[in-house]
Design a protein around this ligand. Structure first.
Ligand SMILES: NC(=O)C1=CN([C@@H]2O[C@H](COP(=O)(O)OP(=O)(O)OC[C@H]3O[C@@H](n4cnc5c(N)ncnc54)[C@H](O)[C@@H]3O)[C@@H](O)[C@H]2O)[C@@H](O)CC1
Ligand SMILES: [K+]
Length: 476
């Protein structure tokens, strides 16, 4: 499990630990981990040209001490000072180790550029120590100008703790920010490391343990071992009924393929039986592709909505939402969702466009503030929300949030959502809670997509077909 804590939680844990340790110990731990990570990123330090961007706070202190470490190992280190009050002890350490510091405004011998811009343009790596957890969104003009030089010259940026300019506690990026090739963070993940759009700006995230004692996390990212522990594996006493029966109310004359694809996703889940309920022509198409599927009858869970188009029986869907059996509500089915606030175990699986319609805000706003709107919808409709996207945000009605980060962009293909809806329904029928079904479903869906893709295009059916192998690999 990866945990993400808020800035407030991190500061409290840091304060408690600092009170017990000699001054500067935490920063030394952070800086050493940072320096080792930069050295690994570069594949060695001797002769490497390293430029540090240094703001006014402890984030800059980390970067300066790491720069001193690298300078002692033969790197040519230049600190660009963005503030007139850089971390004094860190700066002294860098200079003692042979590094040099220049103010961001210093002019260069060559016309038109500053010394800082020339240093950045010729660097092997730029280290972003502008701001960390003390930062507000955005970059000041001098900082933005040097960051843009790095981008223009293709110089990779390693972010210290967080890419400067992002909103650390929400993952939002309303203002210009650093786009890192690697982020080295300390103690725990922050929310911006896991939630898009900021998560993308972090690149891979490397966590350095500095010994913090932390409270329960606000956001969690389940890893393979967590998913494995949740998966409902059949045992010696299992039969097709006890493994769970899923009812599918999906597909229509308009979109018969959605029914076939959602069924493929469901059958690749942990259920014992799948029932299809829908128009005769669609049922025939489903049975032709999947002869295992039977008709109406008792079920332990429902998947409703994928590809229903205009064939929406709203009163019937509302009846099922209020009934005891848990429901996955997808795509067109979302039009039947009400905010009566009396849902037992309902999982909705919207993309940003569908969530924006449900909440009456525009799509771009939902995409920019994914965590906020996933939480809001969970609370408003008393459901669990799985908000699809490059990082999937899963929010429970009681405020619990999980994210899934293993997806591939190749998964953005027609029908992929139908596979997910079928799979999540199967996991609900297999006995998982809505939150766990969403977590396991999102993880396996992405794992199957990675397997099927291998770095190339995929179809939704190929994702469904790769699900058994992805599940086998997880469980083995
Ligand atoms: N507190 C600790 O014990 C530890 C802190 N560590 C480092 O310290 C960082 C936090 O340090 P600080 O609390 O000094 O805060 P920062 O270094 O993140 O920010 C410092 C100051 O920058 C200014 N600022 C805010 N937004 C800005 C913006 N957009 N552009 C320019 N300046 C802006 C503010 O005046 C803020 O107080 C962490 O992210 C981490 O890197 C690590 O050394 C681990 C231990
Ligand atoms: K930073």
């Amino acid at each position: 499990m990866r945990h993400a804590h808020t800035v407030e939680q991190v500061r409290a844990a840091e304060a408690a630990l600092m009170a017990r340790l000699p001054e500067g110990t935490l920063m030394q731990r952070a800086a050493t981990g940072l320096a080792v990570a930069i050295s690994n990123f570069l594949g060695g330090t001797y002769g490497a040209r390293v430029v540090l961007l240094i703001g006014s706070g402890d984030n800059g202190g980390d970067a300066l001490y790491a720069g001193a470490y690298l300078a002692r190992r033969g790197a040519q280190v230049t600190a660009v000072l963005l503030s007139d009050k850089p971390h004094a002890a860190g700066l002294a350490a860098l200079e003692t180790a042979g590094g040099q510091a220049i103010p961001v405004t210093a002019s260069s011998a060559s016309n038109g550029t500053t010394a800082a811009q020339s240093a950045v343009a010729g660097a092997d790596v730029v280290v972003d120590g502008i701001v960390g957890i003390g930062g507000r969104p955005g970059l000041r003009p001098e900082a933005l100008a040097v960051v843009q030089v790095a981008e223009r010259y293709g110089v990779p940026i390693v972010a210290v703790d967080t890419p400067s300019g992002v909103d650390v506690d929400t993952g939002e990026t309303p203002e210009p920010h650093v786009n890192a090739a690697l982020t080295v963070t300390f103690g725990t993940h922050k929310i911006c490391h896991l939630v898009d759009p900021a998560a993308t700006a972090c690149g891979p995230v490397h966590l350095v343990d500095i010994g913090l004692d932390l409270p329960p996390a606000q956001v969690q990212a389940l890893q393979a071992a967590d998913i494995k522990a949740l998966y409902p594996v059949p045992h010696g006493e299992s039969d097709k009924y006890s493994r769970g029966v899923l009812g599918l109310m999906v597909g229509s004359a308009q979109y018969p393929g959605a029914a076939v694809i959602a069924t493929a996703g469901a059958l690749a889940g942990p259920v014992g039986m799948v029932r299809y309920v829908g128009p005769d022509a669609v049922a025939s198409a489903v049975r032709e592709a999947h002869p295992e599927v039977v008709g109406d009858g008792r079920v332990q869970a429902w998947t409703i909505g994928s590809g229903l188009g205009d064939e929406l029986d709203v009163p019937r869907i509302r009846e099922l939402l209020d009934a005891e059996e848990p429901v996955v509500l997808d795509a067109d089915g979302l039009k039947a969702l009400d905010d009566s606030g009396d849902h037992v175990d309902v999982l909705i699986t919207p993309h940003a466009g569908e969530l924006s319609r449900l909440l009456g805000v525009d799509r771009a706003t939902v995409e920019a503030e994914r965590l906020k709107y996933a939480r809001l919808a969970a609370e408003t409709f008393d459901v669990t929300v799985l908000l699809k996207g490059s990082t999937t945000v899963i929010a429970g009605p009681d405020g619990e949030v999980r994210v899934n980060t293993n997806a591939t962009p190749w998964l953005a293909t027609a029908g992929a959502g139908d596979v997910l809806a079928g799979l999540c329904g199967a996991l609900l029928a297999g006995g998982l809670t809505a939150l766990d079904a969403a977590s396991v479903g999102a993880y396996l869906h992405a794992a199957a997509a990675n397997l099927a893709s291998g770095g190339g295009p995929i179809t939704a059916i190929a994702v469904a077909q790769a699900l058994p192998e992805a599940t086998r690999r997880l469980l083995s």
